[in-house]
Every structure is written in structure tokens, then in C-alpha cells.
Design a protein around this ligand. Sequence first.
Ligand code: SAH
Length: 381
Amino acid sequence: MATTQVRPGDETKPVALQMAPRRVVKAPRHFADLSAEERADAVAALGQPRFRAKQLATHYFTHFTADPTDWTDIPAAAREAIATDLFPVLLTRRKELKADKGTTVKTLWGLHDGNRVESVLMRYPRRSTLCISSQVGCGMACPFCATGQLGFTRNLSASEMLEQVRLAMRTLALGEIPGGPARLNNLVFMGEGEGLINYRAIMTCIRTLVADAPHGFGMSARNITVSTVGLVPGINKLAAEGLPLTLALSLHAPDDDLRSELVPINTRFSVGEALDAARTYYEATGRRVSIEYALIKDMNDQAWRADLLGKKLNARGRGWVHVNPIPLNPTPGSIWTASERAVEDEFVARLRGHGIPTTVRDTRGSDIDGACGQLAAEEDA
Ligand code: SAH
């Protein structure tokens, strides 16, 4: 049996990652939480004509601004009341770390109740991707993940997630990332948290991400990825939404013995059950599923495990899945490291030998603790 030194809930957690219990306060209602109809009702309740909702939506979703001084088409006298009631400040930039010549930016956001979350913006030559958080901390306790070691603090509201997106879109539009003004192409729910546990809020967020202008950001559902530890009921619910979202399943091991250690929720939803749900997701949406597999030296990187994974995927059909091995990003206090390059190459070659499309994920941002699994907002940062 594989051995682990950092176990969920055990006292070997690195001291730096132990958080004092925090005051947790639900985020105030924000314009971005509301449907188009509710936005019109809300401005009407402030004594404003309903069409102001559309003006505000254009400012927010098309020009990425929530600053009343930019609302030049709204009477100055009305701006403050609208801003106070509908645009509470939800995120405050506390810290920004850059890597890759400024094209990778990790932002630490302060929330209204003093909690913190992180998001990471990555610009590539022809596209840009934002990785957002859906919860403060995470309750899934995966021992190789920095957030997993923090524990769960609270869910984010839809608008707290949408604000991460708006602020990134604004940064790109203003040309603040080297390479000139740009748009956001891809969004991944791969920051802090297990999105499927905060199901209602992520769906509200997603519906607004994909809504056409002026009511939403007009993103393509295909370019939005929901990543999960494999909560089967959540995957089934997502499959029934009728949206071609991309599903990523964090598998990390093809056998239940090891996976229960790496992804503790596996004791509730086994490898087989998670893969069946992923396959059903593909059937319902036509979207090829991504299998995430962090390659951890001498833990899950053996050639036989690549073969077993290939076999289990092929047993459920062809062409429905691809695998994203990710060299482990070591987290503070963990004894684990990334697999050797030759071992990684062999793992990939085996999967490809089984006919499974396989692409190794880059480790952008690892030097600013901004890579996969490294997001863990420090309380005193
Ligand atoms: N809760 C979701 C999203 C979280 S993180 C999920 O588990 O899918 C996004 C991805 O990063 C997951 O696949 C997660 O397993 C992976 N990850 C976590 N820690 C990592 C680490 N230290 N190195 C590489 N990938 C890691």
C-alpha cells in the first residue's frame, strides 16, 4: 500500500496553512447575482425606470466597470443610490504576483468578510485563460492539494465568482497584460473549492457568463470547464443542464485503493462510478471529458497504472475522453514531488498506446504558487 505523510485532518499539516476560524458572512446581494428581470425590478425599487438595468448591465458586462463615475448615461443624482444598493464592493485586490514576463498573474482577493481567495490569469500567444475559485478553502481534503489542506471556510456567491471574471476581463481589455488589449477566452473552475458542492451559485455564475450582451459576458459554454473530484450526483445534474460545458474529472489514480488516499471522497464515489458518470456526461452533452491526473513520484506514476487507466477508459467507449497529466506542483509541507521526466514520458506513451489522447498540462505560475493545486490564500497575506 502507498504511504502518505500528510493525511486529511491529521496534525502534520504545515503550520503556515493552519487557519484560525474565521468570521464567515454571506456576501451581500449584487447586481450580477440577479436575472435580467430581477435587475429591472431592483432598479424600479429604487425609483428608477426599468431600462436603467440594461444600461447598468452594459457598463458591467460589456465595459467591465462597476464604477458610478463611468455611468455617464445615468443621472448623477441616481448613481450613488444604485451603487450602494446593487454594486457593493465584493473583491478588493490585496496582492498580485506575476510570472512568465507578466503574462501569468495570480491575484489574492480580500472578500467583504475578511476572507481571501485567489484567481490566476494566464495569457498565451493566442488565447487567455482565467482560473477562478468557487469556495473559500475546500472540504475535499485531497492531501496533495494546498487548498485541500486548508479546509473549508465558505461558499462564494455567484457575484463573487463573476467579479473575479469581470476584473480579469477588465485587466485584459485595458491592455494591462503584456501583448496589448485582449479578451478572455477560457474560464476554468480550478481555483479554490469544489464547484459542484456550491452547485446553485456556480450555475447562476455560468448562466450569466454565457448570456449574450448586454445581460451577460457572452462567453461560449464550450470554453468553460467545471473541474470536480467526481461527485456523481453533481455530474449528473450538470449533464442535465443542457449546456455544452467542459467537464474535468480529477481522477489521479485508476484504482480505488490509491484513489481513496489521494482523493478521499473516492470512498463515497468510486473510480468506476466517477468514470461512468463522466461517460454519461459525454453522452448527454457531446463534450469530450478531461481526466486530470497529477503525476506524483512513486505514488501514481507507474506504467501499470497508465495501462489500467487506459483499459478502464476504453472499457467505456472510444473518443469520449482525453487525459491531462499534470506534473505535481509540490505544496508546502508535502513530501511528494513530481514524477521524473522519463517516467512521465512513459506514462503518456502508455496512454497513447491505448489510443487515449493525452496532453501534459503546463505548470504555469508554479514559481508564484499559482499553479494547479497551489492556491491557498494565506490569512495574513
Ligand atoms: N475541486 C476541483 C477543482 C480544484 S483544483 C477538483 O478537484 O477538480 C483543479 C485541479 O488541480 C484538480 O484536478 C486538482 O486535483 C489539481 N491539483 C490539486 N493539487 C495539485 C497539485 N499540487 N499539483 C497538481 N495538480 C493539483
